[in-house]
Design a protein around this ligand. Structure first.
Ligand code: NAP
Length: 635
C-alpha cells in the first residue's frame, strides 16, 4: 500500500509521515530527498521551482512509487500542489492520498519555528496560490495534533477493509456520479454494472480503478462478490433505466438478498410501477424505497435533490447516507425529505420533470420571440436572460440557457447547429396521463409534451413549412417595451407551470392519502434540482399558508398586473406566426380559471341535446339532473 501525504510547506507532511510509518511499519520517504541537486540549490536561494525543474523529480518519484509498491508499500511526503503533478505520481492504482490543509497563519508560524531547512518561509504564499484542491482522497485539518491526525488516517484505513455501507448497481451517468459523491463524503461504497460479454465488461472494476484517488470506492464485476462486500442490512441503489430493466434486475437480485435488505430504485420509474413493486417486495421481506433523484450529472456528483418514498422505517436506515450527498438549501439543510408511502417519491419526481418540461418550453418560446421577432442575436438574448436573473427571475434553467446561447462555433453559434427535434423519456407524458386520469386541468404542462412530439416530426414540418410558405415576421413595435412585456409574460407562465404541477400533486396526494407536504417539497427543490429558482424559494413560504398558488395574495397581485403582458405577447407572437404552445396554454388556463361564467353551459346543453346526458340548473339548490326535449323546442 502506498500513502502519499500532500500539502504546502509547514503542513506537517514529514511529521505525519514518520509517525504513520512507526504505526504501520511501512518505510517513510520525503519527496524533497529525491530532488536533483540543481533544484535543491535553487530552493536554498529562495528561487521558486518551475514545472520544467519539477518534471525529472516527479518522474523519479513515479518510478519509485511503483518500486515501493512491489516491495510491500511505503509512505511518501510530497507537496504535489497541482493536479498535473499528482497525475504523474499516480503510477499505480489504489494509492491512498492524504491531503493536509491548514490556515496560512498557522503554517507561517510553523515555518518560522523551523531550523535547518532550506525552505524560505516567503515561498508559502506562492505555494498556497499554486495549490489545486483535489476532489478525492482524505482531507485532514492540520490544526489537530499529529497523533490525532495519524489516528484519523488509521481509522480511515480500517474502514477501507471493512464492508461497504452502500452498493450502487448501474454505472451510467448518474450511478457513477452518485458513487463518487458518496465516496468523497466518507461513505464506503461498492459499485456493480451488468456484464455483457464482448460489450459491457469490467465496467465497475474499471471505473473504480480509474478513480483510485477515491479509496472508499470499490468496483465489482461479479454480483455475488458485490453483495458479499455490503454490510447488513444491505443498502442497494439501482441506477438503471426505468421499466422492464428494473423488474428484471429485481428478479435477479431476489434469490441473493436477505430479509430486511433495502433496495432503492433511484431512476425515473413510473410511480404506479413503484406502487406495484412496493407491495410485491414487502411480501418478500425486502424494504423497497422508490426514490426520485434530480440534478443531472453535475447534481448527482456535487449534491442532488433527493425524493425517497416507501416505508419511513427503511428511509431512516438510509437517510444518514443520503444527507451527506444531498444538496443544501439556503439554511444549510439537506435537499432531502421523506416524501411519503409507496411510489410517492417517484410521483413527485415525475411532476418535477413535468414542470421542467414546461419551463424549458416556455424559455424556448421566449428565446424564439427574441431571436426572430425582436431580431436579437444569441449573445444579446443571453445578456437579457442574465439581466432577468437579477430582476426576480433567477433560475437554473434560465442560467444554463444563457450559457448555451453564448457558445460560438466557427463564425456562428452552436445552438443554430442543433437539430430541432426534442427528445423525451417518459416523465412528461406520464404526468399528462396521470393528470387526465385524475381530472386535473394540466394545459400548460401538457402542451410542453405535445410541443416535443410535434418537434420530433421534423420531416413533416419541413414539407408543410414549404407548402404554407411559413416564415416568422419581425415585430415592428418598440424593442425595449416588448422585452418588458415578455419578461412579465414569461414570469406569469412560470407561475402557471408550477401551479399545474403542484395541483396535480395535491389531487393525487388526496386520492392516495399520501399527505404530501408541499412546502417541504418546494424546499428540497430549491437546490440541487433542475427547476430550482427564486419562485421555488417563494413557494416554500407560500405553501405554509395555502395549497393553492393562485389564491396567494402576492401571486394574485402579480398575476393581475402581468395578465395583460401575457395576453399581449401571445397575441403578438401568434399574429407574427410564432407557435407559443405553453405561453398560450398558460393564458387560456389562467383566463379559464378566473372566469366565473364559462362557456361550459353550452357544452352541457349540447351533451343533453344529442345524448340526454342531463344538466343542472343554476337556480336549482338541489342540483337535480334534468333533461330537456330540445327537439320539441325546435318545432
Ligand atoms: P445511463 O447513463 O443510460 O446508464 C444506465 C445504466 O444502467 C448503465 O450502467 C447501463 O449499463 C445500465 N443498464 C442498462 N440497461 C440495463 C438492464 N437491462 N439491466 C441492468 N442494467 C442496465 O442512465 P442514467 O442517466 O445514469 O440514468 C439512470 C436512471 O436515472 C434512469 O432511470 C434515468 O431516467 C434516471 N435519471 C437520469 C438523470 C440524468 O440526468 N441522466 C437524472 C435523474 C434521473 P450498460 O453500461 O451495461 O448499458
Amino acid at each position: 500500500m502506498i500513502f502519499i501525504i500532500t500539502g504546502v510547506s509547514g503542513s506537517g507532511k514529514s511529521t505525519i509521515g514518520s509517525l504513520l510509518s512507526k504505526k504501520t511499519n511501512l518505510p517513510f520517504f520525503d519527496a524533497d530527498d529525491f530532488h536533483p541537486k540543481a533544484n535543491v540549490e535553487k530552493m536554498t536561494q529562495g528561487i521558486p521551482l518551475d514545472d520544467h525543474d519539477r518534471m525529472p523529480w516527479l518522474n523519479t518519484l513515479s518510478d519509485k512509487i511503483a518500486e515501493w509498491e512491489n516491495s510491500g508499500g511505503a509512505i511518501l511526503a510530497c507537496s504535489a500542489l497541482k493536479e498535473s503533478y499528482r497525475q504523474i505520481l499516480q503510477s499505480i492504482p489504489g494509492i491512498v492520498w492524504v491531503h493536509l490543509k491548514g490556515e496560512k497563519p498557522l503554517l507561517e508560524e510553523r515555518l518560522q519555528n523551523r531550523k535547518n531547512h532550506y525552505m524560505n518561509p516567503g515561498l508559502l504564499t506562492s505555494q498556497l496560490e499554486t495549490w489545486e484542491d483535489p476532489d478525492y482522497g482524505f482531507h485532514l485539518d492540520v490544526s489537530n495534533t499529529p497523533e490525532e491526525l495519524v489516528n484519523e488516517i488509521l481509522n480511515h484505513m480500517e474502514s477501507l477493509n471493512a464492508p461497504s455501507h452502500f452498493g450502487i448497481i448501474g454505472m451510467g451517468v448518474m450511478g457513477k456520479s452518485l458513487a463518487l459523491n458518496m465516496a468523497e463524503k466518507g461513505v464506503p461504497v461498492a459499485v456493480y454494472n451488468r456484464y455483457v460479454s464482448g460489450k459491457e465488461e469490467k465496467i465497475a472494476s474499471g471505473f473504480a480503478e480509474a478513480n483510485s484517488g477515491f479509496p472508499l470506492l470499490k468496483g465489482f464485476d461479479d454480483i455475488n462478490d458485490f453483495l458479499s462486500n455490503l454490510e447488513s442490512p444491505r443498502k442497494i441503489l439501482l441506477m438503471i433505466p426505468a421499466g422492464t430493466a428494473i423488474d428484471t434486475q429485481i428478479e435477479q437480485l431476489l434469490p441473493l438478498l436477505n430479509q430486511g435488505d433495502i433496495l432503492i430504485d433511484g431512476g425515473n420509474s413510473f410511480f404506479e410501477d413503484s406502487n406495484r413493486r412496493s407491495e410485491y417486495l414487502e411480501k418478500k421481506g425486502i424494504n423497497f424505497i422508490p426514490m426520485g433523484v434530480s440534478g443531472g450529472e453535475e447534481g448527482a456528483r456535487k449534491g442532488p435533490s433527493i425524493m425517497p418514498g416507501g416505508e419511513i422505517k427503511s428511509y431512516e436506515l438510509i437517510s444518514p447516507y443520503l444527507k451527506k450527498i444531498a444538496a443544501k438549501d439556503k439554511l444549510g439543510k439537506a435537499c432531502l425529505t421523506y416524501v411519503g408511502p409507496q411510489g410517492s417519491g417517484h410521483f413527485i419526481k415525475m411532476v418535477h420533470n413535468s414542470i421542467e418540461y414546461g419551463e424549458m418550453q416556455a424559455i424556448a418560446e421566449t428565446v424564439h420571440l427574441m431571436r426572430y421577432g425582436l431580431k436579437l442575436n444569441p449573445l444579446e438574448i443571453a445578456k437579457v436572460l442574465r439581466e432577468w436573473q437579477h430582476e426576480g427571475l433567477k433560475s437554473y434553467l434560465l442560467e444554463i440557457t444563457a450559457d448555451i446561447l453564448e457558445v460560438k462555433e466557427n463564425n456562428g453559434f452552436l445552438v443554430d447547429m442543433i437539430l430541432d427535434e426534442a427528445a423525451q423519456k417518459g416523465t412528461g407524458g406520464w404526468s399528462l396521463k396521470t393528470a387526465i386520469q385524475n381530472h386535473v386541468p394540466y394545459s400548460a404542462l401538457s402542451e410542453a409534451v405535445t410541443a416535443r412530439q410535434l418537434s420530433a416530426k421534423k420531416k413533416e414540418r419541413s414539407e408543410l413549412a414549404k407548402l404554407y410558405n411559413h416564415r416568422f415576421r419581425a415585430f415592428a413595435d418598440d424593442k425595449v417595451l416588448i422585452l418588458e412585456h415578455l419578461k412579465n409574460a414569461y414570469a406569469l407562465t412560470r407561475i402557471i407551470n408550477h401551479e399545474n404541477g403542484f395541483n396535480l400533486m395535491k389531487e393525487v396526494s388526496d386520492n392516495f392519502q399520501w399527505k404530501l407536504d408541499f412546502s417541504e417539497i418546494a424546499r428540497i427543490w430549491t437546490n440541487g434540482c433542475i427547476i430550482r429558482s427564486t419562485l421555488m424559494e417563494e413557494l416554500v413560504q407560500l405553501f405554509q399558508n395555502t395549497d393553492q398558488i393562485l389564491q396567494d395574495k402576492n401571486i394574485i397581485h402579480r398575476a393581475k398586473e402581468w395578465k395583460s403582458d401575457l395576453t399581449y405577447i401571445v397575441g403578438l407572437g401568434l399574429q407574427h406566426d410564432f407557435a407559443l404552445p405553453v405561453m398560450s396554454a398558460a393564458t387560456n388556463y389562467l383566463l379559464g380559471k378566473i372566469i366565473d361564467d364559462s362557456s361550459a353551459n353550452i357544452i352541457q346543453a349540447q351533451r343533453d341535446y344529442f345524448g340526454a346526458h342531463t344538466y343542472i340548473r343554476k337556480d336549482d339548490p338541489d342540483k337535480k339532473p334534468r333533461h330537456t326535449d330540445w327537439i320539441t323546442y325546435k318545432k
